[in-house]
Design a protein around this ligand. Structure first.
Ligand SMILES: C[C@H](CCC[C@H](C)C(=O)SCCNC(=O)CCNC(=O)[C@H](O)C(C)(C)COP(=O)(O)OP(=O)(O)OC[C@H]1O[C@@H](n2cnc3c(N)ncnc32)[C@H](O)[C@@H]1OP(=O)(O)O)[C@H]1CC[C@H]2[C@@H]3[C@H](O)C[C@@H]4C[C@H](O)CC[C@]4(C)[C@H]3C[C@H](O)[C@]12C
Length: 393
């Protein structure tokens, strides 16, 4: 279900006012999470020729086009920050200071502001002013060295781990924690959200389990990184795949049974040296049936075997359909429902299309006490932009 009107029932973050400076991938996800759970998120875009933002995570946001490089533009943002709860800035270290919008300035004018700085390398350190992307942050966190198949290079899983898990989501967590703390102290603070540290923090399990014997072999030969035949992906006869995660002996036994094998005739589950051969045996068996046939064998069992679903079929899978895990917006675009599901104040994401750049500029400035004359002047001086939806949309 998605939100059909702005006046949605009170959500957990209703009333929280967020300014998100437009950036790439991580910060937009952070802003979208806050918007999905009820915050009013204004994305500050650069006035540009293209009315369509490159931010594909604009759900539930408003867009204000404001040239921060012009003194009047920076002054306008400072004014907006006086009435904001959260500022999310996605630039490399030092950019905001150069614009006269650093934390010292904005927190002086609004001591309750939560100033979230989402970067790859953090605000200090040798790389603080260096460009980078997900793969660089993942590499510097140590996590990338653990990802990949035996005898192959380390492998980055798209830009999910640093950009999104260790970046956007971790920064949203930091903002909510700071909002919670502010409820008693009344004070804002600076969040230095480094994607390197965010993804490293997510990998704490890998660190804490170093001495329990599950990572003692080279990459791709361990229990959870592709070494074990019972924690692996297998191709089916129709070119699809099944995911197998039968770690515990009692679940492994159900896997063996579903494959039509007898564990008394097989090496013991934990026999590392037999894993390659077992993997070949399992692969040859999975290749004999279609994904649907394997689902009819394993669905409803504890064998920990599930179909690898494509984006084309994930929303229509019975389990995901029963939970309404995926939503469709007014434009017919399918995307995941926000998670987690809160019982009393769930996220109700907007079902409208993403905003055009500057679509809400006038509305937001009026709302923040700018007069029509001030707005007209800012517009004539090209400090702000008004984005209009294309007529045929
Ligand atoms: C889809 C691709 C992206 C996928 C995600 C990718 C894998 C990532 O990892 S994203 C995470 C990147 N890292 C961070 O976010 C960490 C923090 N940020 C940074 O380190 C830097 O911002 C940077 C390295 C990401 C970018 O550095 P840059 O020098 O560009 O910017 P900053 O130093 O931060 O300074 C910002 C400057 O901008 C000014 N500014 C900001 N806001 C305003 C404003 N409102 N008004 C005026 N000025 C403003 C600010 O003052 C700073 O100015 P100065 O520098 O002068 O100080 C996409 C990745 C690349 C895309 C393609 C590419 O862009 C080329 C094409 C562009 C075309 O338009 C569209 C097609 C493209 C092919 C495009 C397609 C995709 O979008 C990408 C592939």
């Amino acid at each position: 279900m998605c939100r059909r009107s702005q006046a949605a029932a009170a959500m957990a973050l209703s009333g929280v006012r967020v300014l998100e400076l437009a950036g790439l991938a991580p910060a937009p996800l952070c802003g979208m999470i806050l918007a999905d759970f009820g915050a009013r998120v204004v994305r500050v875009d650069r006035p540009s020729l293209s009315p369509v933002a490159s931010d594909v995570q604009g759900r539930g946001k408003l867009s204000l086009a404001l040239d921060l490089k012009r003194p009047q533009g920076a002054a306008a943002l400072r004014r907006l920050c006086r009435g904001a709860d959260v500022l999310i800035e996605p630039f490399r270290h030092g950019v905001m200071e150069k614009l006269g919008l650093g934390p010292e300035v904005l927190l002086q004018e609004n001591p309750s502001l939560i100033y979230a700085r989402l970067t790859g390398f953090g605000q200090t350190g040798k790389y603080a002013k260096s460009a980078g992307h997900d793969i660089n942050y993942l590499a510097l966190s140590g996590v990338l060295s653990k990802l990949g198949r035996k005898d192959e290079n380390p492998y980055a899983p798209v830009n999910l781990l640093a950009d999104f898990a260790g970046g956007g989501v971790m920064c949203a967590l930091g903002i909510v924690i700071a909002l919670y703390e502010r409820a008693t102290s009344g004070r804002g603070q600076i969040i230095d959200a480094s994607m390197v540290e965010g993804v490293a923090y997510l990998s704490s399990f890998l660190w804490k389990s170093q001495n329990v014997g599950i990572w003692s072999r080279p990459r791709g030969e361990n229990l959870l990184d592709g070494g074990a035949p019972f924690y692996e992906i297998y191709r089916t006869s129709d070119g699809k795949f099944m995911a197998v995660g039968a770690l515990e002996p009692q679940f492994y036994e159900q896997l063996i049974k579903g494959l039509g094998l007898d564990s008394n005739e097989l090496p013991i589950q934990s026999s590392f040296s037999d894993w390659p051969e077992m993997k070949k045996k399992f692969a040859s068996i999975f290749a004999q049936k279609t994904q649907a046939e394997w689902c009819s064998i394993f669905d409803g069992t504890d064998a920990c075997v599930t179909p690898v679903l494509s984006f084309d079929d994930v929303a229509s899978h019975q389990h995901n359909k029963q939970r309404r895990s995926f939503i469709k917006n007014d434009q017919g675009e399918i995307s995941p429902r926000p998670a987690p599901l809160l019982s009393r104040t769930p996220a109700v994401p907007s079902c409208k299309r993403d905003p055009f750049i500057g679509e809400h500029t006038e509305e937001i400035l009026l709302e923040n006490g700018f007069t029509k004359q001030e707005i007209a002047k800012l517009h004539s001086d090209k400090i702000i932009g008004f984005g209009k939806p294309k007529a045929n949309l």
